[in-house]
Write a protein that binds this ligand. Structure first.
Ligand code: ZN
Length: 310
């Protein structure tokens, strides 16, 4: 069977706990190529993106999405991953080339590039206007523990979370994935004990994926004798939703004066999408038109305010 990135929802222990599993090697590889990431940043940003996909997969409204904003004070700077319930995801980081010395256990030093002093912010947009914003202090800077802490404290959902990206010496990605197990309300004590016994095995999730197993095979191994029932599955991919129209709107918000200054000083403007690096050139003519538009928006604002005052 040909490999494809995918996400699976399931129930275990006859519905006493739920599972979300992600296999996202191609998406992380695309992210690495777009941003030309160091191996350590590939692992760090890849984990954050897999985590965002787990969160987004629970949103019902297709217009919604989830952003994970990781501010740890490390050399890579602020990292952001966004995922949507349609299975699309994207990510960006201030310095993709940042690196940190390998850990004593020979693992990539994710906390070394992201930092461990700061906050994880989760912006969950359910697609109905005001997004829900949750924020927690970082626990380890290794991402999975930080996200589990967010679920437990901000959403009162006890869980275990494993996020992994396996990169070889040639910087090739062998496997990338996420496994989250949530205890549902009234989860029996014996189920909690059984899950605790399996934690060492759960930690191998991405390693087993990297051996070429399918997501179903890995889950069958991890949840042997735990009544695993797959309830939903969907393909996932790295995909940006930027467009020239979106960038025009962003450019208009800087205001008429700033646009005219840009026109006078540079004669044009080139905008880069921070998630896919797509470039859009706005000529002098474009800038003049947007300045007119920004002026019109402002005039409309003033007229509206005056009417309200009257
Ligand atoms: Zn883009």
């Amino acid at each position: 069977m040909e490999y494809r990135d995918e996400l699976v929802h399931g129930l275990v222990y006859n519905g006493a706990a739920s599972v979300i599993a992600v296999s996202g090697r191609e998406a992380v590889e695309q992210m690495r190529r777009i941003h030309d990431c160091s191996p350590t940043v590939t692992a760090a940003l890849g984990r954050l993106m897999m985590g965002a996909m787990v969160c987004a997969s629970e949103i019902k409204n297709e217009k919604g999405d989830v952003s994970l904003i990781f501010n740890g004070g490390g050399p890579a700077g602020r990292a952001i991953a966004v995922a949507a319930p349609d299975g699309s995801m994207r990510a960006t980081v201030v310095d993709p080339q940042a690196d940190a010395p390998i850990r004593p256990d020979h693992k990539l030093n994710v906390a070394g590039v992201l930092g461990r002093e700061g906050m994880l912010t989760v912006v969950r947009d359910e697609g109905r206007g005001e997004p829900y914003v949750g924020q927690v202090a970082l626990q380890s800077g290794e991402v999975a523990e930080d996200l589990a802490y967010y679920f437990a404290t901000s959403e009162q959902r006890p869980c275990v979370v494993f996020l992994g990206v396996i990169v070889d010496r040639e910087a090739e990605i062998l496997g990338a994935g996420a496994l989250a197990v949530f205890l549902l309300p009234n989860c029996p004590e014996e189920v909690i004990v059984d899950i605790e016994h399996r934690i060492g095995l759960f930690a191998e999730y991405t390693h087993i994926l990297a051996e070429g197993q399918t997501i179903d095979d890995v889950l069958a191994i991890l949840f042997q004798d735990a009544n695993l029932e797959i309830t939903a599955r969907q393909p996932i991919a790295y995909r940006c939703n930027c467009s020239r129209e979106r960038m025009e709107r962003a450019l208009t918000t800087i205001g008429r004066e700033e646009l005219l200054k840009l026109l006078e000083e540079d004669g044009q403007a080139e905008l880069n999408c921070e998630f896919c690096r797509a470039k859009q050139l706005f000529t002098g003519e474009d800038l003049a038109r947007l300045a007119d538009l920004a002026g019109a928006v402002k005039r409309a604002d003033i007229e509206l305010t005056e009417q309200e005052d009257a």
